[in-house]
Ligand binder design. Sequence first.
Ligand SMILES: Cc1cc2nc3c(=O)[nH]c(=O)nc-3n(C[C@H](O)[C@H](O)[C@H](O)COP(=O)(O)OP(=O)(O)OC[C@H]3O[C@@H](n4cnc5c(N)ncnc54)[C@H](O)[C@@H]3O)c2cc1C
Length: 358
Amino acid sequence: MKIGIIGGGIAGSATAYYLSKTKSEVTIFEKDFVAAHSSGKSNGSIIPLIEKDKNTSISLLSDYALNIHNKLMQKFSDIYYVKKPVMHLFTKNENSAIYENYLNSENHNNSHLLSLSELRHIDARVSDNVSGGLFIKNSLEVDSLMLTKSLLNYSVENGANFVNENVKRINTNSKDKLIIHTHEGIYNFDKIIIANGPWANQLIKDISGKDLITPIKGQILRMKNIFPGFKISFWWGKNYITTKDKNISWLGTTHENIGYDEKPTPNAKKIILDNAKEIFPFLDERFIVEQTACLRPMTKDSLPIIGRISNNENIFICGGGSANGILFGPAMGKTIYKYIFNEELDNYIYDFSVDRFL
Ligand SMILES: Cc1cc2nc3c(=O)[nH]c(=O)nc-3n(C[C@H](O)[C@H](O)[C@H](O)COP(=O)(O)OP(=O)(O)OC[C@H]3O[C@@H](n4cnc5c(N)ncnc54)[C@H](O)[C@@H]3O)c2cc1C
């Protein structure tokens, strides 16, 4: 079977990783280089989602995703891939969905609440604006650039072809074959997987007529010489700080709906820093060594799209990872493999099909 995968981010690379273990002829198309966009620049937090009910589709997918990451962490033991607890901080008067979900959920095995004085034992620099925190034990952190590259390299070692070309369109008119047109050539496949991040919107729209994925820009400041570094990763709302290997601390982020522009901006730098100073007042511009920007492939419900496209059973979407695409990426890739090889899928997986938007 000839399978074409469009996109060399985590979604496409994870799919290639699982498919290359079969006898199929797998080809990955990438217009720039592996992990050139958000998969190579993300914060790399792998945090299980806290839902009120542990049997919701989201909780089940999150558990499945975490499970797969724990296996990959053992396989790729040479990259930065660590267990790292998370502290979700609550600021005074803030209405936090995570806090509410925690209070209403039955499963408290991996998380517990801390008062401000308790969490100051973990990091004394937390400001008085914080009222407490939720400690989540079973989280991981990964260098998402290295994970994506490792997944792709593994697939190439297993015989997958890497084609460094920009896909223009998919032609579904031929009866038995699907055709990928790149700017350079034409390729035939039995199955095609659309996994090109926020740019997937155009290919999906050509087939379904709908806009399903929006690019949401996020910027991160990388900082040096913060001593001591942050032993655990701290989150407040959608913002975070964490210290990774080589003693670089990552501070994020923004959520900007401004199209496909990936340039870092001075305004975002100011917003991120001002926001962080409310939690950790000692932070300032002196620590910044790099600023990055990239695009989340955001869906309307912030959840991934995994599965067949409705009007063609041989075309699959593996994308829309939104703000959790590193968490979900490997699980999405493995699910696409199961779809193609007719392996049994848990029922909750169908809740992530594209049909929910059509
Ligand atoms: C600032 C920021 C921080 C984040 N932090 C986290 C986090 O901590 N944890 C988490 O789980 N998620 C996080 N995310 C989200 C996560 O990074 C994304 O959801 C995920 O990387 C998306 O992966 P992808 O493979 O779908 O897309 P991408 O990484 O965008 O990959 C798509 C690839 O397809 C290629 N491509 C595009 N069009 C074509 C074409 N026509 N032909 C050929 N190739 C093409 C691109 O060049 C690209 O390499 C973060 C995102 C941002 C922006």
